[in-house]
Design a protein around this ligand. Structure first.
Ligand SMILES: C[S@@+](CC[C@H](N)C(=O)[O-])C[C@H]1O[C@@H](n2cnc3c(N)ncnc32)[C@H](O)[C@@H]1O
Length: 220
C-alpha cells in the first residue's frame, strides 16, 4: 500500500513537474493568444474606423447614379450668386457637399438649406456655418435628395452629374412652384431652356425659370 502510495505520490509529483513545464509553455502561448486577440482587435478597429470615415465618401460611387463629392470652384460659387443676384428668400443646394454654396448664399441674404447624404460633410458644413457667422440663416440635413421634396424652395441649386439630370428635371418640374428659379452648375438640364448662362467652361451655371419650364410641360 505504502509502495503504492509512494508510487502515487511519485506519479503526482511527476505530473506536477510536467504541469510546471507545460505551465511555462502555456504562459507563453496564452501570451501569444492575447497578443493575437489584441492585434485582431486593433486591425478590426482600424478597418471599422476607416470604413466609418471613408464609407460615406465611397457610398455615392456605389449608387445607381454616382454623384461624388466634387466641391464647386470659387468662380462657380460666384457665378451662382451672380445668377441669383436679383433674388431673395429661401435657397436649397441639392447635395450640399461641404456647405460652401449654402454658406455663400446665406452671406448674401438667403435663408439657405443644404441636403447631403454624407454625414461627415453635413457636420463639417454646420461647423463652417457656425465659424463663419451664418449659423442662424443656414440648415443642413443628412438626407437622400431623391427622398426629399423641394417644393418649398424658391431658389434651387444643383451641381450634379449628367446621368441624373433628366430624372431631377422631372422631379423639380413636378415639385417646384412657378416662382422658383433653378441654377445648374457645370451640367445643364437636358430639355429645359435656360434664361441665362453665367460664366464659362467648368464654372458655367445655367439659370432656369420655373414658370417657363412648367408652362412648357403643360403645352406638351
Ligand atoms: C458634385 S458635389 C457638389 C457639392 C456642393 N453642392 C458644391 O457645389 O460644392 C455633389 C454632392 O452630392 C452628394 N450626394 C450624392 N448623392 C446624394 C444623394 N442621393 N442625396 C444627397 N446628396 C448626395 C455628394 O456626397 C456630394 O457632396
Amino acid at each position: 500500500m505504502q509502495a503504492a502510495g509512494m508510487a502515487d505520490c511519485n506519479s503526482s509529483a511527476a505530473v506536477t513537474v510536467k504541469e510546471d513545464r507545460g505551465g511555462g509553455g502555456g504562459g507563453g502561448s496564452s501570451l501569444k493568444r492575447r497578443a493575437g486577440i489584441v492585434a485582431t482587435c486593433v486591425v478590426a478597429g482600424s478597418v471599422a474606423a476607416l470604413y466609418a470615415a471613408a464609407g460615406p465618401f465611397v457610398a455615392p460611387a456605389l449608387r445607381r447614379v454616382c454623384l461624388p463629392f466634387v466641391p464647386a470652384t470659387p468662380a462657380q460659387v460666384e457665378n451662382v450668386l451672380k445668377a441669383l443676384q436679383a433674388r431673395s428668400g429661401s435657397l436649397v443646394d441639392i447635395g450640399s457637399g461641404d456647405g460652401r454654396i449654402v454658406i455663400a448664399a446665406a452671406k448674401n441674404g438667403f435663408q439657405a438649406v443644404g441636403f447631403e447624404l454624407n454625414p461627415w460633410l453635413v457636420w463639417y458644413s454646420r461647423y463652417r456655418a457656425w465659424r463663419e457667422g451664418v449659423r442662424h440663416s443656414t440648415s443642413f440635413y443628412i438626407s437622400d435628395l431623391w427622398k426629399v421634396s423641394f417644393s418649398q424652395y424658391t431658389n434651387v441649386v444643383i451641381f450634379g452629374v449628367p446621368q441624373m439630370m433628366d430624372q431631377l428635371e422631372n422631379k423639380l418640374q413636378r415639385e417646384l412652384q412657378s416662382s422658383a428659379k433653378v441654377v445648374a452648375c457645370r451640367f445643364p438640364f437636358p430639355t429645359w431652356v435656360p434664361d441665362s448662362i453665367t460664366g464659362e467652361g467648368i464654372d458655367a451655371v445655367w439659370t432656369y425659370d420655373a414658370q417657363t419650364f412648367k408652362s412648357r410641360k403643360q403645352d406638351v
